[in-house]
Write a protein that binds this ligand. Structure first.
Ligand SMILES: [Zn+2]
Length: 83
């Protein structure tokens, strides 16, 4: 028997505990099996910001283009237009 929310129904004891209405609305989720979400540490955010900044520096004119340098161009748009 498949529950209408796509979950298997609660076991009889849990259904008795929560009542008929609650068991219809609350899906059973194995919280204890869930892995905690890794928090965004200052070091990780700093490394991410550095990576994003590096992708914005044009390798030809060494300026911050203000956007990520397209891989297809390999340089900022002015440099790609005027090689
Ligand atoms: Zn450039």
């Amino acid at each position: 028997m498949v529950h209408r929310l796509g979950h298997r129904p609660l076991p009889r004891a849990a259904r008795h505990h929560f009542g008929r209405r609650m068991s219809a609305t609350l899906p059973v989720y194995p919280w204890r099996l869930a892995k905690p979400v890794r928090p965004m540490t200052p070091g990780r955010s700093r490394a991410l910001a550095a990576a994003l900044r590096a992708r914005r520096i044009c390798p030809q004119c060494r300026r911050d283009a203000g956007y990520c340098i397209p891989r297809s161009l390999g340089a900022c748009v002015p440099c790609a237009d005027n090689p």
